[in-house]
Design a protein around this ligand. Structure first.
Ligand SMILES: *Cc1c(COP(=O)(O)O)cnc(C)c1O
Length: 369
């Protein structure tokens, strides 16, 4: 890879392939993989990621919103796409682009059936989402019989899958709760199997679910964060490779005298003479103000350069007093070291948030390392 000459997010497709192969090595050979590529592929590059995953034999994609599925279709992707959070407003795009809605309430089910009938659809694939404890989206388990009456009344739609989502699959201390969720899913999905006159897929594991509860993999698993290199577990993360590396450059170096201030609101006052480097990346690029004032740091020639003062919209200043470097030198914000996980930890966040916060202003550069 050439050295960065501006702020870029490098997307390593070989790391993605490595992670996909590692995750599938934990599954039964017949278990299908649904790759979650919502939020621009967890902030990476959804289209390139999706195309690579197709080569690796992925069965399904999931996005949060219909517009994200539309973008994949516009890029020529023909793999089935589950839309996790459709709204009636989006039904038109969904049906026009052959996207498959997650249906999570009776109201939604009735509305989607009316829409599908109006569009003269038959057997349009839908996915029934059940709430087993996350209390976010989903039918209650006890809704099974009401739903089956509605389903039996129309030919316009067909249940392609039944699924649920775990609330705390990464927390060993919540294993009893997760097992209860899995049990509830087993019961409700079995009840539907007995009622519906055709087979459908069942799925309930996310990345940490795959790692901690592989016995519940059913027909398919939904993996997101693991594909991008994080396992919510030190040991598992060690077996994965970060897909995204955020790089920038040194724009200008300043020598600051003792007592001088750096940045907005004069939040930093130099206790002694020092050198700072100004970098072309700020909170508008996804580096939250929380990383300012020494909490966050970047890596320059392998050495830690703490952020000095407040994070600006388009820039940060870092302390390079102990680092030999010059204007134009490359800077690593996250990647292998520090990882997005280590950096996000300093503001009590998680890699999911840091990765997806990297704004669309930052150029994505796809590579194979
Ligand atoms: C985002 C999401 C996933 C992926 O979870 P990871 O922890 O990233 O593997 C799976 N299922 C649903 C319903 C989701 O919203």
């Amino acid at each position: 890879m050439a050295k960065a000459t501006e702020t870029i997010l490098e997307i390593d497709l070989n790391a993605l392939a490595h992670n996909y192969n590692y995750i599938t090595s934990k599954l039964n050979p017949k278990t299908k993989v649904l790759a979650v590529v919502k939020a621009f592929g967890y902030g990476s590059e959804a289209v390139e990621v999706a195309k690579e995953l197709i080569k690796l034999n992925v069965s399904y994609f999931a996005v949060a919103y219909a517009s994200e599925g539309e973008a994949l279709r516009n890029a020529g992707i023909e793999t089935p796409i589950l839309v996790l959070h459709p709204l009636p407003e989006n039904f038109d795009v969904i049906v026009n682009r052959c996207l498959e809605p997650s249906i999570y309430s009776e109201k939604m089910l009735n509305e989607f059936i009316s829409f599908a009938e109006h569009k003269n659809q038959t057997n349009y694939p839908i996915h029934l989402k059940f709430n087993t404890g996350l209390n976010r989206l989903g039918f209650a388990s006890k809704a099974v019989s009401d739903i089956t009456h509605i389903l039996a009344s129309t030919e316009s739609i067909k249940v392609r899958s039944v699924f649920s989502h775990l609330a705390a699959s990464e927390d060993a201390s919540e294993a009893a709760f997760t097992k209860q969720q899995l049990k509830e899913f087993a019961v409700l999905s079995e009840a539907l199997s007995e009622i519906l006159p055709y087979p459908f897929l069942k799925h309930t594991l996310n990345t940490s679910g795959i790692i901690n509860f592989p016995e519940a993999q059913y027909d398919m698993v939904r993996t997101g964060i693991g594909l991008y290199g994080f396992g919510n577990d030190v040991q598992e993360t060690a077996n994965l490779k970060p897909v995204a590396t955020l790089k920038t450059v040194i724009s200008q170096i300043h020598t600051i005298a003792a007592g001088e201030s750096v940045g907005y609101n004069r939040a930093f006052i130099a206790p002694q003479a020092m050198q700072t480097a100004t970098l072309p990346i700020g909170h508008a690029d996804g580096i939250s103000r929380g990383y300012g004032n020494g909490k966050g740091w970047v890596s320059i020639h392998g050495q830690k350069a703490p952020i000095v003062g407040n994070v600006c919209m388009d820039m940060i200043m870092v302390d390079i007093s102990k680092i030999e470097c010059k204007e134009g030198d490359e800077v690593i914000v996250f990647g292998n070291a520090p990882t997005a996980e280590a950096l996000s930890e300093v503001i009590h966040s998680i890699p999911y948030e840091l990765l997806t916060a990297i704004s669309q202003r930052v150029k994505r550069v796809v590579c194979r390392k």
